[in-house]
Design a protein around this ligand. Structure first.
Ligand SMILES: [Zn+2]
Length: 314
């Protein structure tokens, strides 16, 4: 007899609930179809079956194409208040706006990408290290003078026990195949009382019901392996001795345009590279303002940010 399948986040036996899908890749042009399975107890939604590591490395190979590394792009870092105000309008979730770094704190930007955030913290004198899985990005970051460590796999985080006061992961956590093991690793590298900030798609978002299968570009299958809401994240956090300090959500207008693009171009599986009339600034900016107004009464929006604290003496 095959064992009853159970939720990989909270361990509850799955009820007979309808799977989400089949979903196809809407963003990078991959062939195939995938299904997701919701847990009725903790609300986590998991890809089922989970892709193997080999399959994942094939999927991620599609990322490297069309990527250009440009670390010289100037951000609005000289005007943090202006940036914050703009992000309030655009809905962009930017750790520079909300990660508070006390003097002398050690910070890790896990999945630092093009060092867009890391650069700013670094320039402000923060002792920040990046970690990144894409070799070409690690090389570019190091060349630009940043301390960035290459990550070989998601099973281990290549840092010493208790090395960091603050770790943030922006749009990374939902890609992980083994969230429990990763939380263990995060708890290990954080000091007692250390802070963990996660930003990721919010499965409780009101827009999910509106856009259905097209939501955040077809659930970003097959790259987003787990989807969470506040409850699912709190369940995971508790199991690894983290407390929830606060959580909030907002919808980046760029995500909203992706939702619309996926909905309008129903057969397109390369939405990320499609230039659409929605990207025209005379459409995008009014849409951004409209979105802010529409969202006022919504409680749950597309991108969830949670601040967790590792238990222990500060
Ligand atoms: Zn569950």
């Amino acid at each position: 007899m095959t064992p009853q399948p159970s939720c990989r986040i909270c361990g509850s036996a799955y009820e007979e609930r309808e799977a989400i899908g089949p979903l196809t890749d809407r963003r990078k042009g991959l062939e195939g179809s995938w299904r997701l399975r919701p847990c009725g107890v903790c609300h986590a939604i998991a890809m089922d079956p989970l892709p193997t590591d080999e399959e994942l490395s094939v999927y991620y190979a599609s990322y490297d194409q069309d990527e250009r590394v440009d670390l010289s792009r100037k951000r609005t870092s000289d005007y943090p208040r202006l940036r914050r105000a703009f992000h309030w309008l655009s809905g962009d979730v930017d750790p520079r706006d909300f990660v508070k770094v006390p003097a002398g704190a050690r910070v890790l930007d896990y999945g630092c990408g093009h060092a867009g955030y890391l650069r700013d913290f670094h320039d402000r004198g923060v002792s920040i290290t990046g970690a990144e899985i894409a070799g070409y990005l690690v090389a570019a970051c190091r060349e630009a003078g940043f301390d960035v460590r290459k990550v070989e796999g998601f099973a281990e985080i290549p840092f010493a026990d208790g090395e960091f006061d603050i770790v943030y992961l922006m749009q990374v956590f939902e890609h992980l195949r083994d969230p429990h093991q990763f939380m263990e690793e995060l708890a290990r590298i954080l000091k007692p009382g250390g802070s963990l900030y996660l930003a990721l798609p919010n499965v409780a978002s009101a827009w999910r019901k509106v856009f259905g299968r097209n939501w955040v570009s077809g659930w970003f299958a097959p790259f987003h392996l787990f989807h969470y809401d506040r409850q699912a994240l709190a369940s995971l956090a508790r199991q690894h001795h983290f407390q929830v300090v606060e959580g909030w959500s907002r919808t980046p207008s760029s995500w909203f345009r992706l939702n619309l693009k996926a909905w309008i171009h129903a057969e397109d599986n390369r939405v990320d590279w499609r230039r659409s009339w929605l990207d025209n600034r005379f459409v995008a900016y009014p849409l951004m303002l409209l979105l802010r107004l529409i969202e006022i009464p919504l409680r749950e929006r597309d991108c969830l940010v949670v601040h967790l604290k590792k238990s222990g003496i500060v």
